[in-house]
Design a protein around this ligand. Structure first.
Ligand SMILES: Nc1nc2c(ncn2[C@@H]2O[C@H](COP(=O)(O)OP(=O)(O)OP(=O)(O)O)[C@@H](O)[C@H]2O)c(=O)[nH]1
Length: 393
């Protein structure tokens, strides 16, 4: 067993794996969207670990008084950078002070127990403290902010094991002395610790990458369902919500079930672009999307399929309420346009669905026809389409 795990080879293996992970993370940082933060810190952390591990491997070639403080402090900094990376990833304030404190604490202890009062077990116990605190902080972050997914369990499990191992090593150093924790001596705990030390940084980085990948999947899913300019849903996202709502409607027993759709189209939007420029036109679209959202209930959704037309889905809504919402959108738009926004009004077509089997296209078609009618009848008005006749409001 000990032949397989001679400390020198283990340490070199660890350095190699950290170097590979650093490159993988660096590549990920360049190719992942900028919203996924903290990956660069993990890449840097792995590089720092490489230098630290090489420092340990060089033991015997340089004086311990120089090598050990440097290698140990770098080890702490490497773990601290992982913490900062994860804090950035989860959008939490970065704990640079904590990292500085942990590194300073490690340096002071190392120097004291090497130069003033040389004691191997005391050094191990001392180092265990900042390492346990940093890893415990990582664990807390995953616990509070991680999504309950397999990647998170894997990542969190690794951090938990690492935290326990660090703490146990510190306690063993205090209670049993160097004989049990000195990795150059044979022993069960030393073998476990060595194997874990070799695998831990690279495995942790792998766990982080898995969590980042999961976040990337979510982000892309959300992007593919939303309009890049206004941030509201796009046609695809709208279709998904509609399908969900219509299924819910089908499950409802009462006869009065219905959902409504508003087709909101800005009037003479081309003029806004022509007079104020395309960028200002974009700003108007973003504001209008916000404004529409502000008059909706939580279950209502707004989408932009393109151009200057917005579609609003109002679940569990009858014609009367749909008209009231349309009226509120118009009022808000008129009020907002008196401020710093170019003057604009909207025509709105309203349609209602009561049969769950009908489908989105007929509903959109009717709202579109109503909208066309609103435009034809002079704009800045709301119209609805019903089977019997045109209703003008
Ligand atoms: N700024 C901006 N303009 C857009 C965008 N998409 C479409 N447009 C513009 O919206 C205008 C739509 O023009 P029209 O279809 O003639 O409609 P309108 O001028 O609003 O006239 P009516 O709808 O008939 O009242 C065009 O000038 C498009 O270039 C966009 O994303 N940003």
């Amino acid at each position: 067993m000990m032949k397989l795990l001679d400390p020198f080879s283990v340490v070199l293996m660890a350095a190699l794996m950290c170097a590979v992970m650093s490159m993988v993370l660096f590549g990920a940082r360049r190719s992942f969207p900028a919203e996924l933060r903290g990956i660069g810190h993990w890449s840097a952390a792995m590089l720092v670990q490489v230098v630290s591990v090489i420092g340990f491997a060089l033991r015997g070639t340089l004086p311990d008084a120089v090598l050990l403080p440097v290698a140990n402090v770098l080890f702490v900094i490497g773990n601290g950078l992982c913490m900062i990376g994860l804090q950035r990833f989860y959008g939490v304030a970065s704990g640079w002070k904590m990292l500085g404190g942990a590194a300073g604490f490690a340096l002071a202890g190392m120097l004291y127990f090497l130069l003033v009062y040389p004691d191997y077990a005391a050094r191990v116990a001392w180092m265990a403290l900042p390492m346990t605190v940093l890893n415990g902080t990582l664990l807390g972050l995953v616990w509070r902010h991680g999504r309950p997914k397999l990647a998170t369990w894997f990542f969190g499990g690794l951090i938990a094991l690492n935290t326990v191992l660090m703490a146990v090593r510190g306690v063993l150093a205090l209670t049993h002395g160097a004989a049990v924790v000195d990795v150059t001596r044979p022993g069960a705990f030393q073998s476990v610790y060595l194997a874990a030390t070799a695998l831990q940084p690279a495995l942790l980085a792998l766990g982080f990458l898995m969590v980042a990948n999961e976040r990337l999947r979510l982000l892309l899913e959300r992007r593919s369902a939303s309009d890049p300019l206004t941030g509201v849903l796009n046609r695809r996202g709208f279709g998904e919500v509609y399908t969900r709502e219509v299924a819910r409607m089908a499950r409802q027993r009462q006869r009065s079930r219905s959902l409504a759709l508003l087709s909101v189209d800005l009037d003479f939007f081309k003029k806004i672009n022509d007079h104020h420029g395309h960028a200002e036109g974009d700003r108007v679209l973003v504001n209008v999307a916000k404004m529409i959202e502000s008059v909706l209930r939580e279950s209502d959704v707004v989408a932009r399929f393109g151009g200057e037309e917005f579609n609003v889905l109002l679940p569990e809504t009858d014609l009367k309420r749909a008209l009231a919402v349309a009226g509120r959108v118009q009022t808000l738009l008129r009020e907002a346009c008196t401020g710093d926004m170019p003057s604009c009004t909207a025509s709105i077509g309203v349609s209602v669905q009561t049969d769950p089997a009908e489908g989105l296209q007929p509903l959109l078609g009717r709202a579109d026809e109503a909208l066309y009618q609103a435009k034809k009848n002079g704009r800045d008005r709301v119209e609805t389409w019903q089977e019997a006749a045109w209703q003008v409001f």
